[in-house]
Design a protein around this ligand. Structure first.
Ligand code: 5GP
Length: 302
């Protein structure tokens, strides 16, 4: 039987739809690069693995200008230095050019290397709406052996929140006392309003029993924990894409327009600090991200 003959315009429409989708995918990838949701090294690896992918079909000059702090002048200097023609796509680089580009990227923004001798105290941080709470709740339900730290806060309980389970709800005077008595491992004023802090006692007890401990706190808190305990493991949770982060924030509908814009600005600043973390985990699927966090805990020495 012969193939049914399709009118040429059907093919043309299909081809132009495909071209539009590919352009959109490349635009989205460039946003991910500029916000640091993906690392340039990851994009280069994806391009090499599949030259037809959005990463593979991205032109090298566009890839370079999508990186933070690279303008057209710098782009042209880098292309000349690496001897890469501006018409080249990432997936079409020869082995030598690809290696030169990789080395240049590594020098410019080294990929985080986990530090040796980390403890079972794991801090989960990441930008707004990335799903830290959901990942932590998944671990609480499926791994009761892990202690999920309960913070103290001066904010009022929301409907359904239980004292001692979601937070210890305390007033300003009690929070001051906890700080003065050294009861908090770290504390911070979050979103410029209320204070939140991590009680030290339950954590020390759990760690001494050989249990793992998970802290779901903000970035300032994460760095304070590292200061008090340099062996703590810092994990940065990433959204699969920048567009997905924006749509999760809009979708949950708990913030107004202005607050959303403010949180997205903070998210960009937080994403820029991810290099300080020991590990990065992409929250594409909650169960999968939770499993990766638990694996890290089990891999830690003590
Ligand atoms: P919410 O008020 O929505 O429960 O939490 C607001 C923010 O406070 C979240 O970003 C959360 O990670 C952060 N947070 C919760 N507990 C602590 C804590 O003990 N210390 C610090 N530094 N941040 C916390």
């Amino acid at each position: 039987m012969s193939e049914p003959v399709r009118p040429p315009e059907v093919d043309r429409v299909a081809a132009s739809r495909k071209a539009v989708a590919a352009r959109r995918a490349r635009a989205s990838l460039k946003r991910d690069l500029s916000t640091r949701v993906v690392s340039p090294q990851d994009v280069l690896r994806a391009a090499t693995a599949d030259p037809q992918s959005a990463a593979g079909t991205l032109r090298v000059p566009e890839f370079l200008t999508a990186l933070p702090a690279i303008g057209e002048g710098k782009r042209d200097r880098v292309l000349a230095e690496l001897k890469i023609s501006p018409v080249k796509r990432l997936g079409g680089l020869g082995a030598r050019q690809r290696e030169a580009l990789r080395q240049w990227l590594d020098q410019r923004s080294p990929e985080p290397q986990p530090r040796p001798g980390r403890s079972r105290l794991v801090v989960l941080a990441g930008p707004t709406a990335v799903g830290k709470g959901t990942v932590a709740a998944h671990i609480r339900e499926n791994h009761p052996d892990v202690l999920l730290s309960v913070s103290a806060t001066t904010r009022a309980p929301r409907p359904g929140e239980v004292d001692g389970e979601h937070y210890f709800f305390v007033d300003d005077a009690e929070f001051d006392r906890m700080v003065a008595d050294g009861e908090l491992l770290e504390w911070a004023t979050v979103h410029g309003v209320h204070r939140y802090g991590t009680p030290r006692g339950p954590i020390d007890r759990a760690l001494s029993e050989g249990r793992s401990v998970l802290l779901e706190i903000d970035m300032q808190g994460a760095f304070q924990v590292r200061e008090s305990d340099p062996r703590a493991t810092l994990v940065f949770l990433l959204p699969p894409t920048w567009d997905e982060l924006v749509s999760r924030l809009v979708g949950r509908g708990t913030e107004g327009e202005e607050e959303r814009a403010r949180r997205l600005r903070t998210a960009k600043a937080e994403l820029a600090a991810q290099g300080e973390f020991d590990f990065r985990i992409v929250n594409d699927d909650v169960a999968d991200a939770a499993a990766q966090v638990v694996d890290l805990m089990q891999a830690s020495a003590r």
